[in-house]
Design a protein around this ligand. Sequence first.
Ligand SMILES: [Zn+2]
Length: 214
Amino acid sequence: MFRIYIFLFTAAFIFSGVKAQTAREELVPVKQLIPDIAMDLKYNTTDNFTHQKLYTIDEAYLALGAVLKLKIVQDSLRKITSHNGISYPRGIGLKIYDAYRPRAVQYLMFEIFPNPIYVADPASGSVHNRGGAIDVSLIDYATGAELQMPTVFDWFGEEASHDYTNLPANVIANRLLLKTMMTQVGGFTLYTSEWWHYTYSPASGYPLLDFQMK
Ligand SMILES: [Zn+2]
């Protein structure tokens, strides 16, 4: 009998250990951990390249590991009160355009715009479908106004690329600030073709999800 108890105790311990290791890939609402983050979820409106409202709720989800990194970025941005000659009395903040995206939505997007440079093929899936990609910009936290970036979100052209330089100096400085904070402070990986898209590298091995946000 005693041996059975030992076995059960050990099994429970191992199980909880495994659970702790996988917690970082669990989807969590971003606002729960970063209450001061701004949201402008474009796919919850018709103001996106599909001209359709694709989400049913105005809530961004990401893998826990990605949210923890994003919080470090947000907290660091809030401490920046001056950038490129402009003062930001309440700091700078992140604004989310998109985060976790159900795989069914990926199929619909690819049907409308089957260009894998800008819309990942749902057969292999996007890191958005794994809860590890985020589309973001920067705002003046005091006014909520977006810092000027090279293009609007989901601009499918060379102007959206990090390599595009035919831009005013302040726009390049803003894009560079976002890039530096996301990659060097948050450890995210950039995507050359889209200034707004960043990925949390461990998520490339996470499962493709079709959890519907309700
Ligand atoms: Zn993206």
